[in-house]
Design a protein around this ligand. Structure first.
Ligand code: ATP
Ligand code: MG
Length: 417
């Protein structure tokens, strides 16, 4: 068995990609911080039961995508397929509502789903997510959506765009479900195998089935928005009003069905046309019954998760590379020692400095400085050593000046531009 390749669907994030990831993570931390969110770090493994109970037995994730196994102590455990379940488990376990009746949390890290790997879809993937627990007020729904859009605009992305829907609540959804099921049963022979199989457990999924025939068949299916109870309707109207009041562009997509059972009322996706079938970049919704369902207090919640791989793809051609402040090219053993000493002193002051370690010619050292896109180069030959002065060159302009081999003076020059 080859051990020189990783596991299918588990990707490396190489140094030339990682800066994009760091930018995404830093932007999330900064923007979410503005809105009062704190980070929470929970384990990547939980009891399997937690996911079955929260996400729902009849969902794709729980039915076929989870990495579940029995550990050496005979415990049934699962690598987390999403973040909300673990965060809510931690919320309940540590009674976080006692600290503040409004709890705003965010998390980032790897998730695991056994899916068919393709562009924007892997088996270990990464999410950044946020949750608000304790508030039913629709202003919180709108604020969370504004924050999510703020994150994307801060990254300079005009894609993706926001779509919203309401999935109703345990009071009004059963009637909608029954009405939709009746509609689908009359057209059963035109639906795909998956949709037929899900008819009893999860008929709503037919609305977002990717098979073209199912899309056509359900084109005039009853809309969930016509079946909302007064409370859910008022809530949805208010969310839209707050989004309009804050100039947050959105469209209503009444066919949006989320693949997790715990959603109630407001659901949303940020979608893009740039990533083929992997069109959802971020998604989420309200989960007002979840915490109680898991054995916690009766507190409402709302949250989202975005796929970092997909955000990184949207930033594809963004230049994020870093380059050294200075490359010191040295000729001869004594000059090499001086270059090394200067490098360390400048690094201690916070400058990124590179030298040659292989005794290469000056010419080849200069080629490396070019390749690394160093902002400045300093050339120290044997003569320069005698005068304790080297040639400092600003690479962008080509301007050269003689510079004393003095770390403070060099630091000043490097700070200038
Ligand atoms: P999709 O419809 O693409 O399968 P989903 O509805 O399963 O997405 P969620 O469970 O809502 O996705 O997860 C939120 C986000 O996480 C998605 O919008 C997507 O950006 C990302 N995501 C989900 N599954 C994967 C995966 N296997 N690989 C990469 N990113 C993923
Ligand atoms: Mg999925």
């Amino acid at each position: 068995m080859a051990i020189t390749t990783g596991i299918k669907g588990f990707n490396d994030i190489l140094p030339n990609q990682v800066e994009k990831w760091q930018l995404i993570e830093a932007t999330a931390r900064r923007v979410f911080g503005i809105y009062g969110f704190s980070e929470i770090r929970v384990p990547i493994m939980e009891k399997t039961e937690l996911f079955a109970r929260s996400i729902g037995d009849a969902t794709d994730i729980v039915e076929k995508e989870m990495y579940s196994f029995t550990d050496k102590g005979e415990n049934l455990v699962t690598l987390r397929p999403e973040g909300t379940a673990g965060v809510m488990r931690a919320f309940i376990e540590h009674k976080l509502q006692v600290l503040d009746p409004v709890t705003k949390l965010y998390y980032l890290g790897p998730m695991f789903r056994y899916e068919r790997p393709q562009k924007g879809r892997s088996r270990q993937f990464h999410q950044i997510g946020a949750e608000v627990v304790g508030v039913t007020n629709p202003r919180v729904d709108a604020q969370l959506l504004v924050m999510l859009c703020h994150f994307f605009t801060d990254l300079g992305l005009t894609e993706p765009t926001l779509q919203i829907n309401s999935l109703g609540c345990p009071d009004c959804r059963p009637a909608y479900r029954a009405s939709l099921k009746g509609f689908l049963l009359e057209r059963l022979e035109r639906l795909c195998d998956d949709c037929r199989r899900r008819m009893e457990t999860n008929p709503l999924r037919a609305l977002d089935c990717k098979v073209a025939g199912c899309g056509e068949t359900t084109a005039d299916a009853p809309s969930v928005l016509d079946h909302l109870c007064q409370g859910c309707d008022d809530h949805f109207v208010a969310v839209r009003r707050h989004l309009e009041a804050t100039a947050t562009p959105f469209t209503i997509n009444s066919r949006m069905v989320r693949g997790l059972d715990y959603y109630t009322r407001t659901t949303f996706e940020l979608v893009t046309g740039l990533l083929g079938a992997q069109s959802a970049v971020a998604a989420g919704g309200r989960y007002d019954g979840l915490i109680q369902e898991l054995g916690g207090p009766a507190l409402p919640g709302i949250g989202f998760a975005m796929g970092v791989e997909r955000v990184a793809l949207l930033l594809a051609d963004r230049e994020t590379g870093r380059s050294p402040d200075l490359f010191i090219a040295a000729h001869g053993e004594a000059a090499g020692d001086e270059a090394f000493r200067l490098m360390i002193q400048l690094q201690r002051q916070g400058f990124w400095v590179e030298i040659d370690y292989e005794g290469k010619s000056l010419k080849s050292q200069m080629r490396r400085a070019d390749k690394l896109k160093a902002r400045f180069t300093l050339i120290i030959g044997e003569e320069e050593l005698l005068t304790a002065s080297g040639m400092l060159k600003a690479m962008a302009t080509g301007v050269q000046v003689a510079s004393p081999l003095d770390p403070s003076l060099l630091a000043e020059a490097l700070s200038c531009s």
